[in-house]
Design a protein around this ligand. Sequence first.
Ligand code: THU
Ligand code: ZN
Length: 298
Amino acid sequence: MQNRFIDGINQLPKPLATALVPLLSDDFGGHINAIQLSNLMTTSQLNEQDLLMALLPIAAALASPSLSQFYVGAIVKGSSGDIYMGANLELPGEALFHTVHAEQSAISHAWLCGETHIMDIVVNFSPCGHCRQFINELVDGSKINIHLPGQATAPLSHYLPYAFGPADLNVTRPLLSKSHIEFALESNDPVIIEALDQVGLSYAPYTHCHAAVVLETHDGATFCGRYAENAAFNPSMQPMQMALSNLIRHNRDYSEIKRAVLVESSKGMISLVGAAMDALHTVAAVELEHIVVEPTDI
Ligand code: THU
Ligand code: ZN
């Protein structure tokens, strides 16, 4: 089991701890599939909501709060029945807007794994305004149930009344909607091919700056992040932040990063290259490879 989970495991009821430990292998990054979840419910004798609440210390252990030492954990449930953990990530020595919130980490985790609908989010602290706005970008966002310790479950519409969202900017296919745009690039470099595929799955309805980052570690593993825009612009999640939070969730260290690639669309109104470089260089002395690609279907 990974050392970062020891304190969390000690907070769990014994039967749950015993059933969970075998799942917490070296590469555990917070994804528990529907079958594993149902086994955990059986062994722990907890209903789903109580089980997810009990698992929050495990999600919070995925955090890297190098500035605040404040551990936030979130768990989302996707329509596949799988659950995805996320935690906050603070980048040392850089402006605070580079921070990834636990809710963003968990939601992006589910999105990267192909989920197209999220119904529930469980968090150990009340979601901040920025996260409420981020959640409101999702398919049926206002209906997503927020579960907090000691609070009655309520949908996002309770936490974010009079919401501003994608519909105000005439966006009808919000974040998590299935869509894939084709981009053309001749390459047989597997890292670039992976990034190209992820660009097509990114969400950029406001600037059309479809973009993705792939980080490769010394052992050849890859961790990607896609761009996820927000109707209120500032709460958008940058692909570099999504990729770094993916890497840290998976128990990797920044020192393992060997290569970083940003691929973005030539048709975007903006470029994410400056933002991506700033974030990358806070944690790794690796040059960012920047590749601009043409969409094939417009
Ligand atoms: N934080 C979250 O992860 N989610 C919230 O909604 C509240 C705040 C994190 C961000 C930062 O890493 C730390 O908590 C202090 O604000
Ligand atoms: Zn937040």
